[in-house]
Design a protein around this ligand. Structure first.
Ligand code: TYC
Length: 113
């Protein structure tokens, strides 16, 4: 097998530039997280919201009741923080469950800062 001479490129955009090779601080960017928000409305029964929080967010009855009251009084509350995929799944589960029971409950997600 024949070995050809290796010529280094002078092109500054080329990957053989030393600054590309000397990466002393590897970037370990964590994936963005998403807040799942529950919104107040005047029609969804309080017990239904408590049930949703127990069923889809793994809260016990006291925690679920507490968060339901925060939403009821303040209009909105963060009910959990998840990866994009998990947050999307939770929002879908809540919206689907509310729709099937004909309640106008709204659940959304928002990127965390
Ligand atoms: N405001 C509703 C009521 O008085 C209760 C409620 C709480 C609705 C939280 C939605 O996300 C909600 N029946």
């Amino acid at each position: 097998m024949q070995h050809l001479p290796l010529i280094m490129s002078d092109d500054p955009s080329s990957d053989d530039d030393a600054s590309v090779l000397v990466q002393t601080r590897p970037k370990t960017k964590r994936p963005p997280m998403y807040k799942v928000l529950l919104l107040n409305d005047d029609f969804t029964p309080m017990e239904f919201v408590v049930h949703v929080l127990e069923r889809f967010f793994g809260l016990n009855h006291a925690q679920a009741f507490e968060i339901m009251l925060v939403v009821h009084k303040k209009g909105v509350a963060v009910v959990g923080v998840f990866s994009h995929e998990i947050a999307e799944t939770k929002v879908g589960q809540v919206m689907d469950f509310a729709r099937r029971h004909q309640h106008p409950l709204q659940c959304t997600m928002e990127k965390e800062d």
